[in-house]
Design a protein around this ligand. Structure first.
Ligand code: HPA
Length: 234
């Protein structure tokens, strides 16, 4: 039952999938945290793995960058592989001076100027929401682990490099977005149209306010707080 972008056989992907953007991070997570790991996807090097965590089956797969990419993978997982829950675990750029590098955020609302929802299902909307149940589970897991997770509105953008980067100040004021990433609007929309569940946990990797940033290498290994929360929840 392969799809155009996932070659997994039926029944190989768990009901819950953690999705980092980077397929190498998916591999790192599988190798570091999971037992009995089986790789289920190599197509376009968008690696996916299924294993067990504390005895429970879970999958982890890269989403690629941007709504176009996560839009494809999340739709195929929800629609053709019977996946029930996708938890994105990604990075974001802070729009607020209150946020520090490595703070962990949980999206409770996403605003986007993207046409993704309109093109995908005809709904002219610019706000999407995560699953209430998943978010509650994530907050419970964070509490149990004594990890501080801040809930708030996230901006999902189609564009990483803006000519007028100061535009973010307007988005912060008008939409209350604390930070920017590039995937959750499409992920939440796909969950809605397929009747499934999605959530988005983010670690602050850079700040548009202070221009502090982490390196790609630091990012791959420093996001353990977020990983612990996601795995505990799953
Ligand atoms: N912009 C968009 N997406 C991001 C950023 C950013 O600054 N940082 C991490 N993901």
């Amino acid at each position: 039952m392969a799809t155009p972008h996932i070659e997994a056989k039926e029944g190989v992907i768990a009901k819950t999938v953690l999705m980092p953007g980077d397929p190498l991070r998916a591999q790192y997570i599988a190798e570091t945290y999971l037992e009995n790991v089986v790789k289920f996807n190599n197509v376009r090097n968008m690696f996916g793995f299924t294993g067990t965590y504390k005895g429970k089956e879970i999958s982890v797969m890269g989403s690629g960058m941007g709504m176009a990419s996560i839009g494809i993978y999340s739709y195929e997982l929800f629609k053709f592989y019977d996946v029930e829950n996708i938890i994105r675990i990604g990075s974001c750029g802070a729009y607020s001076a209150e946020l520090n590098l490595y703070d962990v955020l949980l999206a409770d609302k996403v605003w986007s100027e993207s046409s993704f929802a309109k093109v995908q299902s005809g709904e002219d909307i610019h706000v999407t929401y995560p699953s209430k149940e998943l978010n509650e589970g994530i907050m419970d897991a964070a509490k149990k682990l004594n990890i501080n997770v801040r809930q708030g509105t996230i901006h999902s953008s189609d564009v990483f490099y803006r000519e007028n980067f100061k535009e973010f100040e307007k988005i912060y004021v008008e939409h209350g977005a604390l930070a920017v990433e590039m995937e959750s609007f499409a992920l939440f929309h796909n969950a809605k149209v397929t009747g499934k569940n999605a959530a988005c946990l983010l670690t602050v990797s850079d700040s548009l306010v202070t221009h502090e940033a982490t390196t790609a290498e630091e990012r791959q290994f420093a996001f353990t707080k977020m990983m612990d929360v996601a795995l505990e929840m799953a």
